[in-house]
Structures are given as structure tokens and as C-alpha cells.
Design a protein around this ligand. Structure first.
Ligand code: ATP
Length: 203
């Protein structure tokens, strides 16, 4: 991680599918902390930047925008089975997301900002933040949550989990861990992290 920067501190929030990144970010947001979510931003860029759209079609070898917007499920199945294709799309989109994050962060007035990113480490976005919090939850709970929220089968969720970095690796590279299991109390942990970051800003 970078040396602690202040002001303009940045917290990265990451975690596997269904761990509860979005839910945790909502709590930080209630505390007045602005959140930049990398995935929706990447989707926005892929649907609006004509250079990126053209390149995606070139990489895919077909038009993935036949209905006006990107056919996400076709892209997902393409990149899921083709690591080279995934790498090409990432190399195209990530730098644009990173640039947008930097510009956005400059405009915020809060003591620190958050980048929520499921692939914070894999994408290299961890180099843009000062601290990282990893969200964890038991695999079985994550499976049930994702099966419900994304209408996927158990095997589809398991495939995605296996395709992602494991929690142990993420935790080793993180400053904070937030346990978002159903039985855990996330608010006190989030408040402690919030206070820790504010303390560092004030010292
Ligand atoms: P993804 O990576 O799949 O986008 P995520 O890590 O952002 O997911 P969320 O969208 O926050 O996770 O949560 C996934 C689902 O699990 C949501 O439907 C959410 O309401 C539910 N959920 C999150 N945290 C909990 C919890 N502690 N107890 C029960 N359900 C939860």
C-alpha cells in the first residue's frame, strides 16, 4: 500500500462476490463518506465511450451492443471462458476507471473517500488507495445471498467464487477485515475503522 496520504485519504473496500461490499459501503456513506463503485463506473464507461465500445467489439469479434447497451451476459460468458479476452478488456477499461476515480476523489470534501472494487488487488486499483478493508462472510451465506440477489444457481456462484482471489490472500494484503456474516455486528467495526482513519488524519 502507499504511504499514508493526507489530506485526500482513500480507503479501498473489497471482498468476494456476495460478501456485502455494497451493504458495508452504504453504512460508510451514512457517515458522510463518499463512495466510488468501480463496477458501475466500468459499466458506464463501456456504454458511453465510443473508443472503448469499438475496442470491445474488436476484442469480442462481434457486436455486443446490438440493443444499444452492452450485452453484459454475453461479455461475461466470453471473458469467463477466455482469460486473454478478459485481460484485454481489463487493460482497456481499468485505466479509464482509475482516472475517473482520481478526478472524482479530488472533488470530494469528506475527510476520506472510498473505492469499492471487487477486484481491487487483481486490477491494481489497490495502488490508488491508502488503506484497504476486506469484507468477508461464510461461503455458504454468500452462496445463498447471490443465488437470491442475482438469480444464479449454486454451481454458477461457486464457479465465480473459485474464479476470484481467495479471502486469505485478500486479508494478508488488507489493513482491516470486516466480518459481514449474518450473525456479526458490522456497525461497531465500521465505526472503529472510521475513527481510526479520522485519527490518522488528525495526528
Ligand atoms: P456482489 O459482489 O455480488 O455485487 P456485494 O459484495 O456488493 O456483492 P451486497 O450487494 O452488499 O454484496 O450483498 C449481496 C446480497 O446479500 C444483497 O442482497 C444483500 O442485501 C445481502 N446481504 C448483505 N449483507 C448481508 C447480511 N449481513 N445478512 C444478510 N444478507 C446480507
Amino acid at each position: 500500500m502507499n504511504e499514508f496520504r493526507k489530506p485526500g485519504m482513500k480507503l479501498g473496500i473489497t471482498g468476494g462476490i456476495g460478501s456485502g461490499k455494497t451493504s458495508v459501503c452504504r453504512v460508510f456513506n451514512v457517515l458522510g463518506i463518499p463512495v466510488f463503485s468501480a463496477d458501475p463506473e466500468a459499466q458506464k464507461i463501456m456504454n458511453s465511450d465510443s473508443r472503448i465500445k469499438k475496442e470491445i467489439n474488436r476484442i469480442a469479434g462481434k457486436n455486443l451492443f446490438t440493443k444499444g447497451t452492452l450485452d453484459r451476459s454475453r461479455l461475461a460468458s466470453l471473458i469467463f471462458n477466455d482469460p486473454e479476452c478478459l485481460k484485454k478488456v481489463n487493460t482497456l477499461v481499468h485505466p479509464v476507471v482509475f482516472e475517473r476515480f482520481k478526478q472524482w476523489a479530488e472533488l470530494q470534501k469528506a475527510p476520506y473517500v472510498i473505492m469499492e472494487n471487487a477486484i481491487l488487488f487483481e486490477s491494481g486499483a489497490s495502488s490508488l488507495v491508502d488503506r484497504v478493508a476486506t469484507i468477508i462472510a461464510p461461503v455458504e451465506e454468500r452462496i445463498q445471498r447471490v443465488m437470491q440477489s442475482k438469480e444464479l444457481t449454486r454451481d454458477q456462484v461457486l464457479d465465480r467464487i473459485r474464479n476470484q482471489m481467495d479471502d486469505e490472500t485478500r486479508i494478508k494484503m488488507s489493513d482491516y477485515v470486516i466480518n459481514n456474516s449474518e450473525n456479526a455486528m458490522i456497525i461497531p467495526v465500521i465505526l472503529r475503522i472510521h475513527e481510526d482513519l479520522i485519527d490518522h488524519l488528525n495526528t
